[in-house]
Design a binder for this molecule. Sequence first.
Ligand SMILES: [Mg+2]
Length: 231
Amino acid sequence: MSSLETIAFDADDTLWHTENHFQATQVRLSEILDAYAPHDEVQTRLHGVEERNVKLFGYGVKGFTLSMIEAAIEISDQRISAADIHEIAMMGKAMLDRPMELLPDVEAVLADLGRSHRLIMITKGDVMDQQNKISQSGLAHYFEAIEIVALKDTATYDALFARFGLQPGQTLMVGNSIPSDVTPILELGGYGVHVPYHVTASFERHQAEPNHSRYRRIERIGSLPDLVANL
Ligand SMILES: [Mg+2]
């Protein structure tokens, strides 16, 4: 019998699709900037601008949209048209206004694990965007607490664990990002479960799977109840 009490879930690309929309928008940006630079250069320079800006904008669609505009102006050497800038701004708004798409089995997994464990959601990004997604998802009632944070590092999780009175050894966090959802939890003494999403944001790339006794990897969120039962 597992002594696990609390299961914390990442949201973007763990409970619902997000990164596929970022990738599709970046492809369109490359097309808009086709006259100025090859597509792979557009992607590289956009990521450079995003990295430069993330300290100021945080993670989320609004900051990403401003970074796309800034990159477009730089890549075009200030020749990009107002019509193209307008399209980029509209692409950002379309991302914020997209219908919610849950990942397969999410609702069944939450219903199942919610009968035996305390569930919390820990997600990062723009507050309004995250609140809209949480509301559209219809999943809020499964969670005892929902936290929207600016950064998912060890200090953030440490503060949340203290606030909720979570014992690290009885807490598991599941998410699609090793640096954001897994490594900090392992460092604090909890269980970290990686469920890869089919595309990974440039910020979240991580070469190595952790070599750790409390690390697990599953291919689909649907496998989580079995993992928890056998922990
Ligand atoms: Mg995620």
